[in-house]
Design a protein around this ligand. Structure first.
Ligand SMILES: NC(=O)N[C@@H](CC(=O)O)C(=O)O
Ligand SMILES: [Zn+2]
Length: 425
């Protein structure tokens, strides 16, 4: 295994130093760190962050390998500075058995660019009727800790309660896509002035907030762990704040797109802006940014949702919801200027690693720590060219935008997955 000497990197914004990476770990930190024969990486002006951890990635394999594969999604993740991603269960077949989660986990190992941690479905086929084999997925080689029907809400409160009770035994967590389906029938975008003007069915904030409030109470009653996917409204932030104050074991994530974009984008009628939950208002964006900085929202998660051209480049009503996220997440978060480097490390690496139970990830580079880290050039800017993304899909809402911050190198267990801004495989 090659030894690397990273010279002049600033660890999470501290004074520049050198890092020696040997045998999969950070072997030494400091200006005197030297090793004959080491490959030297000039990191002058770069920020070293613990490798980013994504709690919400759609890799589409098995089933929609035309939109993304474990390999292409892993490459996109590494280029975005990620060393671990939690792969959502809404594949075909659904990841609702030990067999499917092990298959995804093995595909991730074989790709070797990022730690792929499969999320298991809560219910069989995501149908919301019967619990999936949660225990078998937890004890499988994939060691599943996060369970989610994401794409769908576990709307039956009795089933949700039982799932929360079940995962307590192995410190699992239920990640809820909070959407009361009876309130979002036919919904196309945020319910507000614009949906009224366009004459399209709206997705009201209360459809999200009602489920979060209900599930927080259930999680508190059961004493189990609940995680809320892609929080999108100011009201949700307040409910989560209250639940945390009450001692409920609740965590939450926000996506980069909900931190930047508003429903005004829907006016263009370009389906690239169609997503679940929908883009909301300026007030929501401000509350999400503040909630994230404060820690009421624990983590940034991409909800990377690749879709094939025919599913996205069509009439708004027929387009699938979702947008790409892995390769742009860090730059988008930087562009919002709502987090310091420590805040970015906390909300994009340390805390998501803790939520997902990933011991080897989310640790600042220090002697003895597994070498899962990323080097970012804070001064560089880049223009998003959809055709140049590593994802097999093109549905980025940031096409043509100039963004700050460029991932120059990423290391997974001491091996570079990105060098000079390019994936190593
Ligand atoms: N976010 C989306 O709009 N789409 C996701 C599902 C989901 O995360 O809810 C997808 O799988 O495409
Ligand atoms: Zn979702």
């Amino acid at each position: 295994m090659t030894t690397y000497l990273i010279k002049g990197a600033s660890i999470v914004g501290a004074e520049p130093t050198d890092l020696l990476i040997r045998d999969g770990v950070v072997a030494a930190v400091g200006r005197d760190a030297a090793a004959p024969g080491a490959e030297v990486i000039d990191a002058d002006g770069l920020i070293a962050l613990p490798g980013l951890v994504d709690l919400h990635t759609h890799l589409r394999e098995p089933g929609r390998e035309d939109a993304e594969t474990v390999m292409s999604g892993s490459r996109a993740a590494a280029l975005g500075g990620y060393t671990a991603v939690c792969a959502m269960a809404n594949t075909d077949p659904v990841a609702d058995t030990a067999g499917v989660v092990e298959q995804v986990w093995r595909l991730g190992q074989a790709a070797g660019l990022v730690d792929v941690r499969p999320v298991g479905a809560v219910t069989v086929g995501l149908a919301g009727e019967r619990l999936a084999e949660l225990g078998a997925m937890a004890t499988s080689a994939a060691a599943v800790r996060i369970f989610s029907d994401d794409g769908h809400c576990v709307s039956d409160p009795r089933l949700m309660r039982r799932a929360l009770e079940y995962v307590k035994a192995f410190d699992g967590v239920i990640a809820q896509h909070a959407e009361e389906p009876r309130l979002t029938v036919g919904a196309q975008l945020h319910e507000g002035e614009l949906s009224g003007r366009l004459g399209l069915a709206g997705w009201p904030a209360v459809a999200e907030e009602a489920i979060i409030a209900r599930d927080a109470l259930l999680a508190g009653h059961v004493g189990s762990r609940l995680h809320i996917c892609h929080v999108s409204t100011a009201g949700s932030v307040e409910i989560i704040r209250g639940a945390k104050r009450a001692g409920i074991r609740i965590t939450a994530e926000v996506t980069p797109h909900h931190l930047l974009l508003t429903d005004a984008r829907a006016e263009s009628y370009d389906p690239v802006f169609k997503v679940n939950p929908p883009l909301r208002t300026d007030t929501d964006v401000a509350a999400l940014r503040a909630g994230l900085a404060e820690g009421v929202i624990d983590a940034v998660a991409t909800d990377h949702a690749p879709h094939a051209v025919e599913d996205k480049e069509c009439e708004w009503q027929y387009a699938r919801p979702g947008m790409l996220g892995l390769e742009t997440a860090l730059s988008i978060v930087m562009s919002t200027k709502s987090l310091s480097w420590d805040g970015i490390a906390e909300r994009m690496s340390r805390v998501p690693a803790r939520i997902a139970g990933l011991d080897g990830h989310g640790r600042d580079p220090a002697p003895g720590v597994p070498a899962n880290l990323t080097l970012v050039d804070p001064a560089a800017t880049w223009v998003v060219e959809p055709a140049e993304l590593a994802s097999l899909s093109r549905n980025t809402p940031y096409a043509g935008m100039e963004l700050p911050g460029r991932v120059m190198a990423t290391f997974l267990a001491g091996r570079p997955t990105v060098l000079d801004g390019k994936a190593t495989k």
